[in-house]
Ligand binder design. Sequence first.
Ligand SMILES: NC(=O)c1ccc[n+]([C@@H]2O[C@H](COP(=O)([O-])OP(=O)(O)OC[C@H]3O[C@@H](n4cnc5c(N)ncnc54)[C@H](O)[C@@H]3O)[C@@H](O)[C@H]2O)c1
Length: 249
Amino acid sequence: MQRFEDRVVLVTGAASGIGRATAERLAAEGASLSLSDVAAEGLEETAATCRDLGAEVLAQVGDVSSESSVADVVSSTVERFGRLDVLVNVAGILQFEDFRRTTLDDWNRIISVNLTGTFLMCREALPHLLESGGNVVNTASTAALAGHPWTVSYSASKGGVFALTQTLAVEFGKQGVRCNSVAPGSVLTPIQQAFDLPEGADPKLVYRIMALDRQRGPETVASTIAFLASDDAAHVNGTCVKVDGGTLA
Ligand SMILES: NC(=O)c1ccc[n+]([C@@H]2O[C@H](COP(=O)([O-])OP(=O)(O)OC[C@H]3O[C@@H](n4cnc5c(N)ncnc54)[C@H](O)[C@@H]3O)[C@@H](O)[C@H]2O)c1
């Protein structure tokens, strides 16, 4: 399948996990890629793999929570490729903490990357997506859809991503820009190193966030993102697709 031939796709969080798997999937399907992440080394590794898969790649170190960095990443993308067809927001951070011990700094740090970062990227990319008739895929989480213990900042940030996605879908759908999200459940990536339960946490609550069948890797989310970003999903707008092995079914 070459669903992304002649398409330019910008992926944040591309140095690792779901962002890396998405970049590789899109490269294999013919996309030209603009990849960004705060982690330079991982980003270069992803870029090298995607080039080996035949993709033209621009790799930029960038922080989605910084307005000026986001502006640079998007403008360099359009300078290099002349257009932007798809924005995939994957960059994110997670922290497990008892609600009572969550500090304002914890809250602000997580909201600024997961929610403000998604807002900034969408706002910067939209004029270009309106030109190309493109689309956005954001990364929410099952934490946005049901109670997810010990992650109040994270869950709130992902609930915001869910709502932001629906808002853009309605605001820009008639102008030809779709906006959808994925809600991964528990997927095997480095972010799971943050699955460090707070002291005194009731382990029975862990079942709410574990996969129903078995844990799987980030390629399961990448294939869903690729579908939503492709013309196969031309009539899909404002949807959040759970990729959780049935945990929330
Ligand atoms: N793995 C899971 O179980 C799971 C479940 C639900 C949602 N998610 C979401 O999927 C997304 C990807 O997570 P992952 O599992 O691949 O984790 P990951 O840690 O492997 O990847 C996250 C990437 O985001 C990058 N990043 C962090 N802060 C950034 C910033 N300020 N600017 C740019 N890049 C930044 C990191 O460097 C890293 O490469 C996240 O939004 C996460 O919340 C993951």
